[in-house]
Design a protein around this ligand. Structure first.
Ligand code: ZN
Length: 254
C-alpha cells in the first residue's frame, strides 16, 4: 500500500463525494481511508455510506455517526445539526445503522499511521485547530503519523521528535496550512498530525471539496481541492427540507 487517498467529513454531500472519489480514481491511489462524519448535515447520508463501503478499506466512526447511534449525543450539537441529525436518523435503514455500528473509533493503516476522527487525546474540546490543541493531540498516539478530521479545515502539525512521551509546548509545534496540490515532505525524524479538510462541508472559506493523498513510500502528503456542483448540492439540501443555512454555507465554504 503506497498512495492512500484520505477523505473525511463527507456529511451526506453526494455531489462533493462523487467528485472527490472520481478524482482519486483518476489519480490511481491504492486505497482510500475515511476519517468519519459520512452522515449529518447533508441530504444523502445513505448514498454516502454506501459509497464509502464500496470505495474505502477503512472508515472511522465520527461524532455524527455516534449521534445517530446514541440520540443523547446530540446534546452537544447546535440546533441546525440537531435538526439534520433527526432527519438523518429517519432516512437511514437498518443496513446503514449496521454499517455505522461496525465502524471503529480508531484504526491503523500500518504501524506508522493511526486514524481517528477528532483528537487522539480525549477532551471536552476535541477540535485540533491550533498548536495548543496539537500539543494535546501529540500525547495521544505513539505512531509517527496521526490522521484526523473533525475541524473541516485542512491542517498539518509537525514536531521534530519521534518520542511520544515528550512534554511539548505550543512553540515546539510547527503548523502549516497545506496549499492545494503542493507536496509536503514528511521527515523521517518528525511526527505529524495531518487533517485532509472536509469533502462535504469545508469551513476554511474555500468551498471546493478538500481531501488528501498520503504517499507512504515517498513520504509525501498533498491536500487537493476539487470543484463540484455546489448549486446542485444546495438544491438537494433544500429539496430534502433541511435548514437553508446548511445549503448556503456550502457556497461560502464556511
Ligand atoms: Zn464533521
Amino acid at each position: 500500500m503506497t498512495r492512500i487517498g484520505i477523505i473525511s467529513d463527507l456529511h451526506g454531500n453526494l455531489h462533493a463525494t462523487l467528485a472527490v472519489l472520481a478524482r482519486l480514481n483518476e489519480m490511481g491511489v491504492n486505497d482510500i481511508v475515511c476519517l468519519g462524519d459520512v452522515v449529518g448535515y447533508g441530504p444523502a447520508p445513505d448514498k454516502c455510506l454506501e459509497l464509502v463501503e464500496t470505495n474505502c478499506s477503512v472508515c472511522i466512526r465520527g461524532n455524527h455517526e455516534e449521534a445517530v447511534l446514541d440520540p443523547t449525543r446530540v446534546a452537544g450539537f447546535n440546533s441546525m445539526a440537531r435538526h439534520a441529525l433527526r432527519w438523518t436518523r429517519n432516512i437511514l435503514g437498518q443496513r446503514h445503522t449496521k454499517m455505522i455500528t461496525a465502524m471503529p473509533l480508531v484504526e491503523y493503516i500500518d504501524e506508522s499511521v493511526m486514524c481517528i476522527h477528532d483528537c487522539p487525546t480525549p477532551a471536552s474540546n476535541s477540535y485540533v485547530h491550533d498548536s495548543v490543541m496539537a500539543t494535546r493531540a501529540f500525547r495521544g498516539f505513539d505512531t509517527q503519523i496521526c490522521l484526523i478530521g473533525h475541524t473541516h479545515v485542512p491542517a498539518m502539525f509537525e514536531v521534530a521528535s519521534l518520542n511520544p512521551e515528550d512534554e511539548l509546548a505550543p512553540a515546539d509545534i510547527a503548523s502549516f496550512t497545506p496549499v492545494d496540490g503542493v507536496e509536503i515532505i514528511l521527515e523521517e525524524d518528525c511526527r505529524y498530525v495531518l487533517n485532509p479538510g472536509s469533502v462535504g462541508q469545508p469551513r476554511d472559506n474555500d468551498p471546493r471539496a478538500s481531501f488528501a493523498v498520503l504517499d507512504l513510500d515517498r513520504r509525501r502528503y498533498v491536500v487537493h481541492r476539487e470543484e463540484y456542483d455546489i448549486a446542485a448540492a444546495r438544491n438537494a439540501s433544500e429539496h430534502a427540507g433541511l435548514p437553508d443555512l446548511l445549503g448556503e454555507r456550502l457556497a461560502m465554504g464556511a
